[in-house]
Design a protein around this ligand. Structure first.
Ligand SMILES: [Zn+2]
Length: 148
């Protein structure tokens, strides 16, 4: 009984937190401005389909990244696998990174592969996100690590 409850809780809360996703302040001025596209335009640009974008400050829905707390967040919930949740008020560059990163989780879910943060960051960059906004990549194993 207790275990079933725990499993249900885990399934219901598969989401990704990107609280305070920002580039280092000293590097911020070096980041080239990216076109101020909307999330649907960003998704259309990579041929994404059948995905809805919901902007919300609700911390339950947005993995604790409330705009009121200064959090820039994105979230994917496996319970709503065709929807990504983003904080309102994102900068164009942050919006691009978070939209593409969360869409990567949509594709991981559709492909039946694991929710892999490193792979989601790599996909986001391949699709045009600024690598300096990659939240997880700095801690991801490199190909060199695999040969050690
Ligand atoms: Zn993620």
């Amino acid at each position: 009984m207790a275990l079933a409850g725990v499993a249900a809780a885990i399934i219901a809360t598969v989401c990704i937190t990107h609280a305070s996703v920002t580039a280092p302040s000293r590097a911020r001025s070096a980041i080239p401005a990216q076109p101020a596209l909307t999330a649907p335009q960003i998704l259309a640009g990579i041929g994404a389909h059948d995905v809805e974008v919901v902007f919300t400050s609700d911390v339950e829905t947005n993995c604790g990244a409330a705009a009121s707390d200064g959090g820039n967040g994105g979230c994917f919930h496996s319970a709503t696998p065709n929807t990504i949740y983003l904080s309102p008020g994102l900068t164009p560059t942050s919006l691009r990174y978070l939209t593409l990163h969360e869409y990567a989780h949509v594709t991981q879910h559709r492909d039946g592969t694991a929710m892999d943060e490193c792979e989601a960051d790599r996909l986001a960059i391949a699709w045009g996100a600024d690598p300096r906004f990659a939240h997880y990549l700095p801690t991801c194993p490199t190909p060199e690590d695999a040969t050690r």
